[in-house]
Design a protein around this ligand. Structure first.
Ligand code: RIB
Length: 308
């Protein structure tokens, strides 16, 4: 990575998260009274952009929102976190992406309706890469926007010498051509299992899944396993990274906090091991609070947890 580059380009989704908190989830067909409601900035791309900014790196977002009240809500939220919005397009003919989230017992489930996120296109990628392609150090992208644009972003970044980090969430099958273009893939155990066909239920199986990505051309794999920590696999071998114990209130965006802090750390020139340690701490702080982008850990909180 050239020394004069810094910051992270985030190509991905921007959602309004509509979240209901309850003591348990309703049975199918049941109506059940919840305890609290929140409306806020979410979307895996936007959360990761906020995490990059909270980690102290320059965050440049590429995405789409609708010309509606939720569009104003999410762009205001991104702007308040200092995320660059030059390459966020506002569309008159689509609604802002929506995530309908239920949180019960510290766990969540999510239904997304992609809306404007589905309109992210090559023209936007061209504009963003021509303005920022020789300045940013890292591309961070996910799978909540059209696969063709994910591939387009990864191809452009690889060609420009930008470190490519792919968070394959939500999981879906990917073409083999993507792996040699990916520097770091960061699946959780479910995503790793779907992509590799290897059931991930231990550090040993996580390492095997990690090696599957390297055999296809990726440079490094980090398989996260929620409460069981993560396994980093590189050409040098596999290393286990234990979890940091905290009281989980809401796991929403924990993976996004992890990905954003990882990307910011790599952009700052940290080693992969040091970046994984900071990302692990960021995920741990994030689950102690409610919400998506609103819950994401800052660099100071990561420092504090790691010092304990
Ligand atoms: O990763 C959490 C995010 O997934 C939520 O913010 C929601 O918008 C969905 O995209």
């Amino acid at each position: 990575m050239p020394a004069d580059r810094d910051g992270v380009l985030i190509v991905g989704s921007i959602n309004a998260d509509v979240t209901a908190y309850s003591s348990r989830l309703p049975e199918p067909g049941e109506t059940f009274a919840g305890e609290a409601f929140e409306l806020g900035l979410g979307g895996k791309g936007a959360n990761q952009a906020v995490a990059v900014a909270r980690a102290g790196a320059a965050a440049h977002m590429v995405g789409c929102v609708g010309d509606d009240a939720f569009g104003t809500l999410v762009t205001t939220g991104l702007g308040e976190h200092g995320v660059g919005l030059t390459h966020v397009r506002r569309l008159a003919d689509a609604h802002t992406g929506i995530a309908h989230i239920r949180v019960a017992g510290g766990e969540n489930d999510i239904v997304i309706v992609s809306g404007a996120n589905a309109a992210l296109d090559d023209g936007q990628l061209d504009a963003a890469f021509s303005a920022l392609g020789d300045r940013v150090a890292v591309l961070l992208t996910q799978l909540e926007t059209p696969l063709e644009t994910t591939l387009g972003a990864v191809r452009r970044a690889h060609a420009a010498g930008i470190t490519v980090i792919l968070d394959p969430a939500p999981a879906r099958e990917l073409p083999d051509e993507i792996w040699p273009l990916v520097d770091i893939i960061k699946p959780n155990e479910t995503e790793a299992a779907l992509l590799t066909g290897i059931a991930v239920d231990s550090a040993e199986s996580a390492a095997r899944a990690g090696r599957w990505f390297l055999e296809r051309g990726a440079r490094a794999a980090i398989v996260t396993m929620a409460g069981a920590g993560s396994v980093l696999v590189t050409a040098e071998g596999a290393s286990e990274h234990p979890p940091l114990r905290v009281d989980a209130v809401d796991t929403t965006a924990a993976g996004d906090a992890y990905a954003g802090h990882l990307a910011a750390s790599i952009a700052a020139g940290l080693s992969l091991v040091a970046a994984v340690q900071r990302a692990t701490a960021a995920g741990a702080v994030t689950v102690t609070r409610r919400g998506a982008s609103a819950s994401i850990a800052s660099a100071a909180e990561v420092d504090e947890l790691l010092a304990r």
